[in-house]
Design a protein around this ligand. Structure first.
Ligand code: ATP
Length: 985
C-alpha cells in the first residue's frame, strides 16, 4: 500500500517539483551507472525509482521481464560504480535487433545460393553473389564491400518456426505490456523479405504471425481478469470515461457494391484457426481491458484503417454498379498528430505525439481482435496500399493498449495505467531506382524512403547524443567545482529529427520516453537486391547502438478527468470523417485503385485522400510555446527538410545518371563491336580479293594448269611447288564460298585489283622478254588452254618488244613500290610476289640472262629478298603435305588412285559446298604430246577446277617430279641459277 500511496503522490501538485527533478535524473541516469555519484545523485535516483516504478513493485507476477530482473539485479547503489561511459545504465537497453532469414521459396527465386550465411546465433556473413560466367559481382553497382560480418541480438535461420520466432522476440514485449510497460516492434527489410509474413503470418496452419499470437497470448493471460471498460484510453496516457460506441465494433461496409468488393477480398486461411496457447502469468490483483487501433502511414499521412469505408456518390456522376468494371469513390481523411499533453505524463521530459481522432475499439477476445485486424487489412487493400502482388506501400501499425486498474480501486480513474504495444509492418525499404516508378508511385516510394531514412537519421542522432552525454558524464568532476553540469552538454545535443516524417513522429515517444523497442530485420538472401539488403543490415547495426529507457509507463496522474473528457469530446467531433467536415483540405489527393477479384472481374476504385485539418492543432498543444524558439525550430525543420529533399534528389539523379552512363557505355560497346566486326569482315574480304587477284595474275601468266605450260618448266624449282602449294591452299579456302558470288567477284577482282593491273603490265614485258631469249621458241610453244594465255600468245612481236622496254623503265618505279609494300599490312603479298617470280623463273632460266635478271630485279625488292631462304621453304612444307593429304583423300574418295604419271584434271565444280573434286586422267593426246617433247621432262598436270579463276593448277607430285628432273639437269650443267636458288646457294 505504501507503494500505491507513493504512486498517488505523483499526481499531486506537490510532486511536480520532484517530477522535474526526476526529468533531469532520467537524463542523467546513465551517469549514475558510470561514475561515482555526486552527493545529490543517490537521492534523486532513489526518488526516481520510487516514483517511476510504483506498480512493478507491487507486482506479484512470477513472470518477470528481463528488463525488470536486470533492474532488480543491479540496484542503483551498485550501478553507480560502473564507469565505462559507453555502457549504459541498466534502466536503458539497446534496441533489440533480430535477424530473420527468409527461406528459399522455389524455383522462382532469382538466385539459388543464399548470400547470407549464419555463423553463430548472433552473427552472419553476407557475401555478394558472384556471376559464374564473369566471376564478377553479380548485382552490385555500388561500392559496398563484397563480404561483411553483421551481428544481431539473435539470428533466426530460415527454418525457424513462427512459434519460436514469436516466443523469442515478441513474447517479452507482451509480458511487458501486461505489466504496464510500453513496447514497440517493427519489421524492417526490402520487399518480399517476409515482413508481412512475420507480422501477420501465412496461410498455412501454424504460420500465424506475431500479431495474432500476441492477441492470443494477451487474452489467454487475462482470462477472467477483464475489466468492465468504464474508462477508455485517450491520447498516449490519458483516461476518460468510455461510452457505448466503444463497444460497437467496426463493420465491413454496409453498401452492397462495396461489401461485394470487400467480401471477395476477404479470404480465410488455415492459419485463421491457429491459436497460440502461451499464457503469461499476470498480476491477478488487476483488471485489464484491451483496446485496439489500426493505422497506416501512407504518403506521409496517417489514416485510420478501422474507420468505416463508404462510397461517396455525392458530387460526382453516378457510375454503373455491379458491372465488370464497377467504380467507387472512396474518401478518407488523414489524421493529425498532436503533442501529448504534459499533464498526461508528468514524468516525461519530452512528450510524444498521439494520433488525434484515431478510433479504438475495446475488444474482449482474441477472435474479435483478429477479425478487426483483418478488416483493417481489407481496408489497406481497398485503398491500394497493400496490393496483391506488390510491395506494401504503407507502414501498417497495430496499436494495442492495455488499461489496467487495481481491483480495489476500480472506480478511481487516477489509479489506472495505460500501456501500449505497437507492432509496425514497415513498407519495403527498396529504393526508387530499383522500382522504376514514376508519378504517384515515385511519390509513394519517395515518402516510404523518406520515412525510413528519417527513422535512420533519428537513430543516428540519438546514438551520437547518447555517446556525447555518456562521454561528458564520464568526465564528471572535471569541472571547476568538481561537478559536471550535464545541462551544458545537453544544450549541445542535436535535435532528433522525429518531426521529419509521420512515421517517426508517431513512434517518437518510444524512443524518448520509456519502453522497449525491438527491430526485426527481414532478409531474403535469394533476392537480387544485395545492396539494399546491405543497407538494411547496416541500419540494424545502427539501431543496436541506440539505447532506450526501460521503465514502466506512467500511471495516470491527472486527478480530474476533465481535460481528457473535453478532449475526448473534441476528438469525437472529428468522427465520422466525411467530406462535410469543415476542415477539409482544398487539394485532396486523388488516385485510382484497381482491385483484382478472381480471374474475371476487377473493381476500379477512386480514392480521395484529404489532408489532416491543421487549424485546430494549436488548440491541443498543451506545451508552453515560445514563438522565437518555435520559429527557429521551424526554420531548422524547414532546412532539414530541404536538405533531405536535396539528398533524395541527388540519390535519384545519381541512380539515373549511373543507369544512363551504363546504357551509353553499352551502346558504345555495341557500336565498337559492330565497327570492328565490319572491319574484320572487310579485311577478310580484301584478303580474299587480293588472293583472287594474285591467282588471276598467275593464271594470266599462264603458270597454272596447262599441260603445254607445264612443258615450259624446264627448270622447275621449289618455288613452283610453293606457288602450287599456295594456290591449292587458296583454292581450299575458297572452296566454301558461295558459287554465285564467286564468278562475279573473281572477274571483278581481276579487273579492279591494282595488283592485277600491275601484273598485266609486268606479264606482258616478261613474256616479250622471254620471246627475245633463246627460250623464246619454247615460250611460243606454249599452248595455253586459257583464253588469257592465248591472248598473251597473240601479242605481236612489236608489242612484246615495247613491253620489254617498258619493263626496264618500270623497274626503278617498281622497286620503290615494292619497298612500300613491305610495310603494307598484307605481308604475305611479298611472298606471293616472290612466288610469282619463282614461278616465272623456269621460263627465264631458259631465256637470256639479261631478261631473267631484269624480271628478277623487278620482283626481288617486293619480297625483300633475292631468293627464298631455307626457312621459308620449311615453313611452307606443311602446306605441301596438306595438299598431298587432300589429294590422297580425294583419290580415296573417288576411288581413283593417284598415279603420279597420270595427268589429273580437276574438273570445274558446280557447287563449292559439295567440296567435290573430280580427278581425271589427262587425254591420251596430251600425254602423247608430252612424250614427244624430248627436251624437257613431261610434267603431269593436275587439272583442278579452280573456283575463282576456273583454271587448272599443278599438283605437288608433278612439281616434285619436275624438281627431281631439274635437279638432275642442274647437277649436270652446274650453272643453273634457278637450281642455285632452289638449294639456297
Ligand atoms: N519465414 C517464411 N517462411 C515461409 N514463407 C515465407 C517466410 N517469409 C516470407 N515468406 C513468403 O515470402 C513471400 C513474401 O513475404 P512477405 O509478403 O511477408 O514480404 P514483405 O517483406 O512483407 O513484402 P512487402 O514489403 O512487399 O509487403 C510471401 O509469399 C510469404 O508467404
Amino acid at each position: 500500500m505504501a507503494t500505491r500511496a507513493s504512486a498517488r503522490n505523483n499526481k499531486t501538485p506537490s510532486i511536480i517539483p520532484a517530477t522535474q527533478t526526476t526529468r533531469s535524473t532520467r537524463t542523467k541516469a546513465p551517469a549514475s551507472s558510470k561514475t561515482p555519484p555526486p552527493t545529490a545523485a543517490p537521492a534523486t535516483t532513489k526518488r526516481t525509482t520510487a516514483t517511476r516504478k510504483p506498480l512493478s513493485s507491487r507486482s506479484n507476477s512470477t513472470v518477470v521481464s528481463d528488463g525488470a530482473s536486470k533492474a532488480k539485479a543491479k540496484p542503483a547503489s551498485t550501478r553507480k560504480n560502473a564507469k565505462t561511459p559507453t555502457i549504459p545504465d541498466s534502466d536503458r537497453e539497446p534496441i533489440m535487433a533480430y535477424l530473420r532469414i527468409r527461406p528459399h521459396l522455389g524455383e522462382d527465386e532469382p538466385i539459388s545460393v543464399p548470400y547470407l550465411t549464419p555463423l553463430s546465433d548472433t552473427s552472419v556473413r553476407m557475401t555478394e553473389p558472384q556471376d559464374n560466367a564473369t566471376n564478377k559481382a553479380r548485382f552490385r553497382t555500388s561500392t559496398i564491400s563484397g563480404s561483411s560480418l553483421y551481428t544481431f541480438s539473435h539470428v533466426f535461420p530460415p527454418e525457424t518456426t513462427q512459434f519460436d520466432f514469436f516466443s523469442k522476440t515478441t513474447l517479452p514485449l507482451v509480458r511487458d505490456v501486461l505489466q504496464g510497460q510500453n513496447g514497440l516492434l517493427f519489421t524492417y527489410g526490402v520487399t518480399n523479405s517476409g515482413k508481412t509474413y512475420t507480422v501477420q503470418g501465412g496461410n498455412t496452419r501454424g504460420s500465424a504471425g506475431i500479431l495474432p499470437r500476441t492477441l492470443d497470448v494477451i487474452f489467454n493471460s487475462i482470462e477472467g481478469l477483464q475489466g468492465d471498460g468504464k474508462y477508455r484510453p485517450v491520447r498516449l496516457y490519458g483516461i476518460e470515461p468510455a461510452d457505448d460506441s466503444d463497444t460497437d465494433l467496426p463493420q465491413m461496409s454496409t453498401e452492397p457494391g462495396l461489401a461485394e468488393v470487400l467480401g471477395q477480398l476477404d479470404s480465410s486461411s488455415e492459419s485463421d484457426s491457429d491459436m497460440d496457447p502461451t499464457t503469461i502469468k499476470v498480476d491477478r490483483n488487476y483488471e485489464y481491458t484491451v483496446w485496439l487501433s489500426y493505422v497506416e502511414v501512407y504518403n506521409e499521412k496517417i489514416y485510420d484503417l478501422l474507420d468505416s469505408v463508404k462510397d461517396e456518390p455525392s458530387g460526382r456522376q453516378p457510375t454503373p454498379r455491379a458491372t465488370a468494371d464497377p467504380k467507387f469513390l472512396l474518401m478518407r481523411k488523414a489524421l493529425p498528430l498532436r503533442p501529448s499533453p504534459a499533464a498526461d505524463n508528468c514524468d516525461a521530459e519530452v512528450n510524444g505525439k498521439y494520433i488525434s481522432g484515431l478510433r479504438q475499439f475495446r475488444i474482449t477476445s482474441a477472435a474479435q481482435a483478429k477479425s478487426i485486424v483483418k478488416l483493417g487489412q481489407l481496408h489497406r487493400r481497398v485503398f491500394g496500399t497493400l496490393a496483391n502482388h506488390q510491395s506494401s506501400r504503407s507502414h501498417g501499425m497495430v496499436i494495442i493498449k492495455i488499461v489496467r486498474g487495481h481491483r480495489g480501486e476500480k472506480d478511481d480513474p487516477t489509479s489506472l495505467q495505460v500501456s501500449r504495444l505497437t507492432l509496425v509492418d514497415l513498407a519495403g525499404s527498396e529504393r526508387t531506382k530499383h522500382t522504376h516508378t514514376t508519378g504517384d508511385r515515385l511519390k509513394e516510394a519517395g515518402n516510404i524512403n523518406k520515412s525510413l531514412m528519417v527513422l535512420g537519421q533519428c537513430m543516428e542522432v540519438m546514438r551520437s547524443n547518447q555517446k556525447k552525454l555518456a562521454l561528458s558524464l564520464a568526465h564528471e568532476g572535471s569541472g571547476k567545482d568538481g561537478r559536471m553540469d550535464t545541462r551544458d552538454v545537453r544544450t549541445t545535443l542535436a535535435v532528433i529529427p522525429f518531426r521529419h516524417s509521420k512515421l517517426t513522429e508517431c513512434l517518437m515517444d518510444y524512443f524518448i520516453g520509456e519502453g522497449r523497442a525491438v527491430m526485426i530485420v527481414n532478409v531474403n538472401p535469394y533476392d537480387t537486391g544485395y545492396d539494399e539488403n546491405s543497407h538494411v543490415m547496416k541500419f540494424s547495426a545502427l539501431a543496436r547502438e541506440v539505447y532506450i529507457t526501460h521503465a514502466p509507463a506512467p500511471v495516470h496522474k491527472v486527478p480530474s478527468i476533465g481535460p481528457g473528457k473535453l478532449q475526448g469530446q473534441k476528438l469525437k467531433d472529428l468522427n465520422p470523417i466525411t467530406m462535410n467536415d469543415p476542415a477539409v483540405n482544398p487539394n485532396p489527393f486523388r488516385r485510382k485503385v484497381t482491385i483484382t477479384m478472381g480471374k474475371k472481374s476487377e473493381a476500379v476504385l477512386e480514392v480521395v485522400e484529404e489532408d489532416e485539418p491543421q487549424e485546430d492543432l494549436e488548440d491541443f498543444d498543451d506545451e508552453p510555446s515560445n514563438p522565437l524558439i518555435d520559429a527557429l525550430f521551424d526554420e531548422v525543420e524547414d532546412l532539414r527538410m530541404k536538405l533531405f529533399e536535396a539528398e533524395m534528389r541527388c540519390a535519384i539523379i545519381e541512380a539515373e545518371t549511373r543507369e544512363e552512363v551504363m546504357r551509353e557505355m553499352e551502346d558504345r560497346m555495341r557500336l565498337m563491336e559492330d565497327k570492328y566486326s565490319r572491319r574484320l569482315m572487310s579485311e577478310l574480304e580484301q584478303n580474299e580479293l587480293k588472293t583472287d587477284a594474285k591467282i588471276d595474275m598467275l593464271h594470266k601468266a599462264g603458270l597454272f594448269g596447262s599441260p603445254m605450260k607445264q612443258q615450259q618448266y624446264t627448270a622447275p624449282t621449289f618455288s613452283d611447288e610453293e606457288e602450287d602449294d599456295e594456290a591449292a591452299d587458296v583454292e581450299m579456302s575458297l572452296i566454301n564460298q558461295d558459287d554465285d558470288d564467286e564468278a562475279g567477284d573473281d572477274e571483278e577482282m581481276s579487273l579492279s585489283s591494282p595488283l592485277a593491273e600491275k601484273f598485266t603490265k609486268k606479264s606482258k614485258p616478261a613474256r616479250a622478254t622471254a620471246k627475245n631469249t633463246p627460250s623464246k621458241q619454247a615460250t611460243k610453244d606454249l599452248s595455253l588452254e586459257d583464253d588469257d594465255d592465248t591472248e598473251m600468245e597473240d601479242l605481236t612481236e612489236e608489242e612484246e618488244e615495247d613491253a620489254d622496254n617498258e619493263l626496264l623503265d618500270l623497274e626503278a618505279e617498281e622497286e620503290e613500290e615494292d619497298e612500300e609494300e613491305e610495310d603494307d599490312e598484307y605481308v604475305d603479298d611479298d611472298d606471293d610476289d616472290d612466288d610469282y617470280e619463282e614461278e616465272r623463273m623456269p621460263t627465264k632460266t631458259s631465256s637470256s640472262k639479261s631478261t631473267r635478271s631484269s624480271i628478277g630485279k623487278s620482283k626481288a625488292p617486293a619480297s625483300g629478298k633475292q631468293e627464298p631462304t631455307q626457312d621459308s621453304k620449311k615453313s611452307k612444307q606443311p602446306r605441301v603435305s596438306r595438299i598431298e593429304r587432300d589429294l590422297k583423300e580425294l583419290s580415296i574418295k573417288d576411288k581413283a588412285p593417284i598415279d603420279p604419271d597420270d595427268s589429273i584434271t580437276v574438273l570445274p565444280k558446280k557447287s563449292k559446298k559439295t567440296k567435290k573434286i573430280v580427278i581425271d586422267s589427262d587425254s591420251e593426246e596430251e600425254r602423247q604430246k608430252d612424250e614427244d617433247d624430248d627436251e624437257v621432262p613431261t610434267i603431269p598436270v593436275v587439272k583442278k577446277k579452280r573456283q575463282l579463276g576456273k583454271k587448272p593448277i599443278m599438283t605437288m607430285d608433278h612439281i616434285e617430279r619436275v624438281t627431281w628432273e631439274v635437279e638432275k639437269k642442274a647437277a649436270n650443267t652446274q650453272g643453273s641459277r634457278a637450281v642455285r636458288r632452289l638449294t639456297g646457294n
